[in-house]
Design a protein around this ligand. Structure first.
Ligand code: GAR
Length: 199
């Protein structure tokens, strides 16, 4: 039998990517019992107390444990990572999926989980690293931007690229319409990238 990869999702906000991954790898898989799936979503962690992702996951998949581990300021990072590591051990996690996780993990933590942390970023890296990538690309006036799925390394948004997809910014686009286009791509390529790696 195929070995299951136990994944934990880290998310800070709205959770559309987290929810989409849960649909693809958990809800749809349960509904279609014969579906081939080597990916098991074992838990979700949010660093923000009232992040919409927490309630959304609890409603959509009550059997997936959701944890709130506070991490807003850097002073909380040590404790966040310690608690996260204990969840990782408890659930025998092999892969950490960042899905709109808006905090930086320490170099020590990232080095410990080499090639086991994957992130999605809403630009064509190495362009527009960091926060507000969609708006930064739009404001800059680039004609093309996109989405990148990559491994996380100690240097922020600089790890090996797993896949990318380009989106054209049309004259008629606004930041909001661009955001919708980017999310559509994210929801398609993140599960596809994970399947390519693990299934
Ligand atoms: C997504 O667009 C994701 O690529 C981005 O945050 C958004 C989260 O949306 N991540 C980053 O900017 C990471 N630097 P979601 O909460 O609806 O999934």
């Amino acid at each position: 039998m195929q070995k299951k990869i136990n994944c934990i999702i880290l998310a800070s906000g709205n959770g559309s990517n987290a929810l989409n991954l849960i649909h693809v790898f958990h809800i749809d898989t349960k509904e279609h019992k014969n579906a081939v799936c080597g990916i098991n979503i074992s838990a979700v962690v949010s660093n923000i107390k009232n992040a919409p992702v927490i309630e959304k996951v609890r409603l959509a998949a009550p059997d997936i444990p959701v944890f709130f581990l506070p991490y807003v300021s850097v002073s909380e990072r040590g404790n966040f990572e310690k608690e996260l590591e204990s969840i990782i051990k408890r659930f025998n996690i092999n892969c950490i999926i960042l899905a709109g996780f808006m905090r930086i993990l320490s170099k020590e933590f990232v080095s410990k989980f080499h090639k086991k942390i994957i992130n999605i970023h809403p630009s064509l890296l190495p362009a527009f690293k960091g926060k507000d990538a969609i708006k930064s690309a739009f404001d800059y006036g680039v004609k093309y931007t996109g989405v990148t799925v990559h491994y996380v390394t100690p240097e922020v948004d600089a790890g090996p690229i797993i896949c990318q997809e380009v989106v054209k910014i049309e004259e008629t686009d606004t930041v909001e319409s661009l955001e919708l286009k980017i999310h559509d791509i994210e929801h398609r390529i993140y599960p596809a990238a994970l399947k390519k790696i693990f299934v």
